[in-house]
Write a protein of this length. Structure first.
Length: 322
């Protein structure tokens, strides 16, 4: 019995010294193996193993095998899980300053969003994580959020009464309310069936998710409203990092930089490919004039910023780069 318990304990360690000179670290994320989250994770593992001559091994668990994003983040904070790739919104309950990322139309386009997050502004925002038991190893590609479903959106008026599933963040919920929709925050795993059965009219997601999570199978339209650019991040448990040798710490940070660059390139490459795949599946791509949408939601900024620490200053810093 003691041997069985010992074996179980070893399999649950966040990192294990199975050999005297080898460290194993687990990494979790919620997306499929053809996502740019997984591309980042596997690149990190590949580069870390190469730079450490095999003494640093990263085990990747995709598709929510270790839990949803909230659970993954909590596990990283406690040191139970060393590494996580996650979208930014689930961090907002912990890092209030991150609420700025959920402001509608914070960035004008994907390239600007990524360039800004890779610069001084992105580095500054990573600094907020330190007091919460986390280290931000880098921002991977932001995800452009557009409206998909069975309603065509060419004007703000087309969204009146639309039942749309959105991310559970004030910046998302209030943005879609301002546009006339009825936002709901159901679990992501329930969206496909809800759209198929007409429980909701629409959802919002990036082009790659439309294909990878098969929403294109139950949607007639993909409306390029570009309402949000959601950053995604590679996180490490601070306590797990501190337990590594100085050499392994340096390797992790170097490997992370390579993984981040790789992830951005993968997302950029799959962006147009995903749009092409949608069209081949019969989904109509709709490109509305965004001026009307932007003018409608900009009125929300004062009320949303009132609840975000350093919010106004960080909006200014983000936009100073473009």
């Amino acid at each position: 019995m003691k041997k069985i318990l010992s074996a179980l304990f070893l399999t649950t360690l966040p990192y294990s010294l199975y050999a005297a000179d080898t460290v194993e670290l687990n990494l979790g994320h919620v997306l499929a193996t053809d996502s740019h989250y997984h591309a980042v994770a596997t690149k990190l593992a590949e580069v870390a193993a190469e730079k450490s001559n095999g003494s640093l091994k990263i085990n990747v668990f995709p598709s929510s095998q270790l839990g949803g994003e909230v659970k993954l983040i909590q596990s990283a904070r406690t040191g139970a899980l060393p590494l996580v790739v996650t979208g930014e919104p689930p961090l907002e309950n912990t890092v209030k300053e991150f609420g700025v990322f959920s402001l509608p139309y914070l960035f004008p386009d994907l390239e600007t969003a990524n360039n800004t997050m890779q610069g001084e502004f992105g580095t500054k925002m990573l600094g907020y994580l330190n007091k919460y038991g986390l280290e931000g190893l880098g921002w991977i590609s932001s995800l452009e959020r557009n409206i998909y479903g069975n309603k065509k959106v060419e004007h703000v008026g087309d969204m009146k009464g639309m039942k749309i599933r959105v991310i559970q963040s004030p910046g998302y919920v209030h943005a879609y309310e301002a546009l006339g929709a009825q936002p709901t925050t159901m679990a992501y795993s329930e969206v496909y069936l809800a759209l198929q059965t007409g429980t909701i009219d629409a959802g919002e997601a990036s082009p790659d998710s439309m294909v990878q999570d098969k929403f294109a199978e139950v949607s007639k339209y993909y409306n390029m409203t570009k309402t949000h650019y959601m950053p995604a991040i590679l996180l490490m448990s601070k306590s797990s990092m501190e337990k590594l040798s100085p050499e392994h710490q340096a390797i992790m940070r170097e490997a992370a930089q390579e993984a981040v660059k790789h992830g951005i390139q993968v997302y950029t490459d799959t962006y147009q490919q995903s749009l092409d795949q949608m069209q081949a599946m019969g989904v109509e791509i709709v490109t509305p004039d965004l001026a009307e949408f932007q003018e409608t939601v900009v009125k929300l900024y004062p009320s949303l910023l009132a609840d975000i620490p350093d919010g106004a200053a960080n909006v200014e810093a983000a936009r100073a780069t473009h």
